[in-house]
Design a protein. Structure first.
Length: 276
């Protein structure tokens, strides 16, 4: 598996397994299956209710904890609430550290929330810290006040919302660009049915979803596709086993619609594209 390297030297697999909308009762089984396929990066969050299942799957995998890269996201606001929430997350996860903790969404007290992440980092409870769903203006505010710089921003990114301005902004600030909804969720079928995508899939003898994932990872964008279908989980994991040409990557830029498929929060999506 290819990796990205944060500016603090920590490495993260460029492709991982997401647990968004996975029923908590089914999380351990699904993550265990993903681990058997080969996934070592697992994405969870406080609000998903999957931290316990992820921890159990890793503990029962027979593999050392340091073979995994686990991300969780805060669903708290402010220093005290976030500090307590992180300790509770560690208890649910069953470990004394996460590999990456990110603020799930900007809030009124994002700076205090981020300060709690910094203290967790200094205490060894996390190996790296970052952000999710922050636009350039919001990241600038964090950077201006941070003692430990964020290493990543996880934002909606896929063929129809390519983040053409946020991507270079993140690179400029030595931050890794991570995609959520890399297959476009409800728009996935439309994306995979595009003649330009199916032609590339046929050329490389891969699935259209693999083309969409490889299009992202070859640009250095971390992806965390989620599926409970074992065939899809395995197919997604194999999406780094071929390479698109530079011309092929560029040819797919024509499909950028320059807006979020979720359209929430709308102001953030507009800021990301228009106000940089």
């Amino acid at each position: 598996m290819e990796n990205v390297t944060f500016k603090n030297g920590v490495t993260m697999p460029i492709l991982g397994y997401g647990t968004f909308q996975t029923p908590p009762a089914e999380t351990e089984k699904n993550v265990a299956q993903a681990i058997k396929i080969g996934y070592r990066s697992i994405d969870t969050a406080q609000v998903y209710g999957t931290e316990t299942g992820v921890g159990a799957a890793i503990a029962n995998s027979g593999l050392p904890r340091d073979q995994f890269f686990v991300t969780t996201k805060t669903q708290t606001d402010g220093y005290a609430e976030t500090t307590q929430g992180l300790d509770e997350s560690l208890q649910r996860f069953g470990s004394d550290y996460f590999d990456l903790i990110i603020i799930h969404w900007p809030t009124e007290n994002s700076l205090e929330t981020y300060r709690a992440l910094e203290d967790a980092y200094q205490a060894g409870k996390v190996r790296a810290i970052g952000l999710s769903n922050f636009n350039a203006t919001q990241i600038d505010q964090v950077l201006a006040n941070a003692h430990v710089k964020p290493v990543i921003d996880q934002i909606e990114t896929h063929l129809f919302w390519q983040q053409a301005k946020m991507h270079p902004y993140l690179l400029q600030h030595d931050m890794v660009h991570e995609s959520w909804a890399p297959l476009g969720e409800n728009f996935g079928r439309e994306m995979m049915g595009l003649p330009a995508v199916t032609a590339l899939a046929e050329k490389y003898q891969v699935a259209p979803a693999q083309v969409l994932l490889r299009w992202l990872t070859q640009q250095g964008i971390v992806t965390i596709p989620k599926s409970t279908n074992l065939d899809h989980v395995a197919s997604n994991f194999a999406a780094t086993e071929f390479n698109l040409t530079t011309a092929e990557i560029d040819s797919l830029r024509q499909f950028d619609r320059h807006h979020s498929i979720k359209d929430w929060p709308k102001s953030m999506a507009e800021d990301q594209y228009n106000n940089m």
